[in-house]
Design a protein around this ligand. Structure first.
Ligand code: GAL
Length: 821
């Protein structure tokens, strides 16, 4: 007889590998034969930590997502040719299993070109340095490497049964990324390459459909998909391909020197609802959680360490309200309409002035959308015998073609105002005790001692191979007073593509410069007092992320490719001595990095005496206690210049708080109506581009000491540095009648109600005002009773509760609330 003991493991074995069949028709992705409405969100695993993943994915599920999308980051996984790293937050398999264990699907965008504001778009720099290589075109050396890495990833996922065809979570895979945007620049070779990509991907037999985003000529059976702020106009290139949106940009990324972009919840919801109104069935938010560019992972040049993206989950994984909640409600409504959306007969009624109604009719029932794409005028229409007012730039969703279940412009979710609190404790933090040491340059680089030499200026990628941000370019120049260039005023002039350039002549710092205002090249020119005889020129070039976008982006220069010149004046005549062909010595990296000064190990080389301020090329170290509690931790680096920060040896990224965002173009309130672009809604004008840096809890010892090490490159003052926690400070809501308002302080009790009024209150969060009409009951008292002392509360927004408020002029009645956490 076979015992249960023998059968059970077999049962589990087979049930685990039970295949899910993922396919598609022209209408939708099908899973086990069922057409699906799929809502997905991007979370890039290296932009958080494995300790954060379960919570991020759980919140995604609670937010109404069906799937998590991620790219795969080649340069992180293969830092040196055929040497692989899948440890820590590079543990792709663990990430996919976390997605699976939460019961979500996964979309695996292998690329392996990913763009993503990621260093070099995900390409390893060693690949650039292989002889004869050309990227993203019909080039054998490139294609071999691409195929090798893609195959490796597919095999790893297969080994763990992670494809849906094996019972795993992965329902879709992607090859390349937005190649259609650049294909023209590559001519016939581009077409040959994209065909090869399709064949190569197909041959890997993953058992799920492959997608190619922004690829109008995607060869069958590749599914071409859309990326952008809006994709309702998109039509796939084949009647058998469903209308899919792989990147709905939830906000935007940030460069050093730029302001904080945000995209309103209303506009984002409008874009989603519009897409589904017009036949879409798969949509992915890019990003759902943006996270952090730790270490040297940011792309560029000049992409910041934060990759918050104004996504529904903020950089630290907390709910970005109202965006998160407003979308969650939309997801619930769309899911409830899955049958009609994927099977219904579609008819559209045009009401003029960009107002349309779309009916999805099935025999069992119908669903409707009323869309108003006019950016200024609200519309009142009579639809199937009922009158509806559809605000400008909004979509009303009627799951039964009668009842308004959702309107994208009516936000009934609370706004959470996040604040930073010192040290997570009540009391003010004591200031940190610093020790320091200089980066040693005198005996070596300032005298021109390098590791290699050539009679040529090289691109930084070729010499440093991306092993460090830093590369020294050093040369000697012999000058006689009889030299034609010799004159009273002489300069050094450098045509620079160094992301940051520091110039030393005869051991002295002459100046530093970097590109500004979105440009990537600049000219450095400063007066220099040369001496007769040998002059030592030492130039330090620093990279701040390699380019990640555009045709041939990998060939763009980085570092000092020249010319480097000495300029003198002979009367009116300019005399130029070009040093570009001189003998140049090179040294990659800095001594302090080599000596691992960032590791927590104590070392006698540090001094506590006269800690200097505003001294460039300086290392600082301090110890601190982790802030109490479990809330996310940030380090406030206000006062510092530019450099790198480590917590207990973990590189938390480049910092540059001295780089201020531009002064103009900010607004606390942004009209959601009208087309969004990345510069439409911005905050943080004139402030440090990034002042706070994420310190994941898992990098900290909750008991005992922690070490913070800073390498300060341009000079700064660490005396203000302190640790803070990020938490909800106050919450506001502006909910329309007939909704249930939920208020939550993220696990903390609500401590007070600052404002509450039912009627037609005005103003915005933080400055609400009573309107001209108000319910007869005391709204503040009602809310205080329901909410104060509780972690969350919910209340029906109705005249029954708040008393009649007869607002003249037919206002839609609202409840505005501000509460303190
Ligand atoms: C897209 C690209 C993404 C990302 C995005 C901007 O073009 O596919 O990887 O770079 O732009 O955030």
């Amino acid at each position: 007889m076979i015992s249960l003991k023998t059968i059970l493991p077999l049962f589990f074995m087979f049930s685990c590998v039970y295949a899910t069949i993922v396919s598609h028709d022209g209408r939708a992705i099908t899973i086990d034969g069922q057409r699906r409405v799929l809502l997905s969100g991007s979370i890039h695993y290296p932009r958080s930590t494995p300790e954060m993943w379960p919570d991020l994915i759980k919140k995604s599920k609670e937010g109404g997502l069906d799937a998590i999308e991620t790219y795969v980051f080649w340069n992180a996984h293969e830092p040196a040719h055929r040497q692989y790293d899948f440890s820590g937050n590079l543990d792709l398999i663990r990430f996919l299993k976390t997605v699976r264990d939460e019961g979500l699907y996964a979309v695996l965008r292998i690329g392996p070109y990913v763009c993503a504001e990621w260093n070099y778009g995900g390409f390893p720099v060693w690949l650039h340095n292989m002889p004869g290589v050309e990227f993203r075109t019909a080039n054998t050396a490139f294609m071999n490497e691409m195929q090798n890495f893609t195959t490796l990833i597919v095999d790893m996922a297969k080994q763990e049964n992670l494809f849906a065809s094996q019972g795993g979570p992965i329902i879709l895979a992607q090859i390349e990324n937005e190649y259609g945007n650049v294909i023209q620049s590559y001519g016939a070779a581009g077409k040959a390459y994209i065909d090869w990509c399709a064949n190569m991907a197909n041959s890997l037999d993953v058992g799920v459909p492959w997608i190619m985003c922004q690829q109008d000529d995607a060869p069958q059976p590749m599914l071409n998909t859309c990326n952008g702020f809006y994709c309702d106009n998109f039509e796939p290139n084949n009647p058998n391909t469903p209308k899919m949106w792989t990147e709905n940009w939830t906000g935007w990324f940030k460069n050093w020197g730029s302001k904080d972009p945000y995209r309103t919840a209303e506009d984002l919801a409008f874009a989603v609802a519009r897409f589904f109104q017009r036949g879409g069935t798969f949509q992915n938010y890019y990003m759902y959680h943006g996270g952090t560019n730790f270490g040297r992972t940011s792309g560029g040049p000049y992409i910041t360490t934060t990759y918050d993206y104004n996504a529904p989950l903020d950089e630290f994984g907390q709910l970005n309200q109202p965006k998160y909640g407003h979308l969650k409600q939309l997801h619930d409504v769309l899911h409830s309409m899955e049958k009609t959306l994927t099977h219904g007969n579609i008819t559209t009624v045009d009401f003029d002035n960009s107002v349309t109604a779309t009916i999805y009719a099935t025999e069992e029932g119908s669903s409707c959308f009323l869309g108003n794409a006019n950016s200024s005028s609200d519309a009142t229409i009579n639809f199937q015998g009922t009158e509806y007012t559809v605000p400008a730039w909004s979509v009303t969703v009627l799951p039964d073609c009668k009842t308004e279940a959702y309107n994208t412009a009516k936000v009934n979710t609370q706004t959470s105002v996040m604040v930073k609190r010192p040290n997570g404790a009540e009391e003010e933090p004591s200031s940190l005790e610093w020790s320091w040491r200089p980066e040693i340059m005198d005996g070596a680089v300032l005298r021109g001692k390098g590791d290699s030499a050539m009679n040529q200026l090289f691109d930084q990628k070729n010499v440093a191979n991306d092993e460090s941000d830093y590369l020294w370019y050093m040369t000697k120049v012999h000058l006689k007073e009889s030299d034609p260039v010799w004159s009273k005023n002489m300069t050094i002039r450098i045509n620079s593509t160094a992301h940051v350039l520091h110039v030393f002549v005869n051991g002295e710092h002459i100046g530093s410069q970097w590109a500004k205002d979105g440009k990537y090249t600049y000219m450095f020119e400063q007066n220099v007092k040369y001496k007769p005889g040998v002059n030592q020129i030492s130039l330090l070039s620093t990279t701040v992320g390699f380019a990640n976008y555009g045709a041939f982006f990998e060939t763009g220069a980085a570092g000092i490719t020249g010319p480097v010149e000495i300029v003198g004046w002979n009367g009116d005549e300019t005399v130029v001595k070009n040093l570009s062909g001189h003998k140049w010595s090179y040294k990659t990296g800095l001594d302090g990095f080599q000596d691992q000064l960032f590791s927590s190990e104590t070392s006698s080389k540090w001094s506590e005496e006269s800690v200097p301020f505003n001294r460039m090329m300086t290392w600082y170290k301090t110890t601190f206690k982790a802030p109490l509690g479990t809330e996310p931790v940030v380090v406030d680096l206000l006062g510092l210049g530019k450099g790198t920060a480590w917590i207990n040896g973990n590189n938390i990224g480049r910092y540059w708080p001295s780089f201020l965002a531009g002064e103009d173009g900010c607004s606390a309130v942004c009209d959601y109506r009208g087309s969004y672009g990345s510069e439409k809604c911005q905050t943080n004008c004139g402030q440090p581009t990034q002042r706070w840096y994420h310190v994941p809890r898992s990098f900290l010892n909750s008991e005992g000491d922690n070490t913070l090490v800073l390498f300060e490159e341009i000079g700064g003052n660490p005396s203000l540095v302190n640790f803070q926690t990020v938490t909800v400070g106050s919450i506001c809501a502006n909910a329309y009648e007939k909704n249930t308002l939920e208020l939550s302080c993220n696990g903390k009790p609500i401590s007070a109600i600052k404002f509450a009024s039912f009627g037609n209150p005005g103003g915005v969060c933080g400055s609400f005002e009573k309107g001209t009409c108000e319910g007869s009951n005391d709204a503040e008292a009602i809310l205080a009773k329901e909410c104060v002392g509780k972690e969350k509360c919910s209340i029906d927004v109705s005249a029954d509760i708040f008393g009649a408020a007869d607002c003249d002029g037919g206002f839609a009645r609202k409840l505005a609330v501000e509460a303190v956490c």
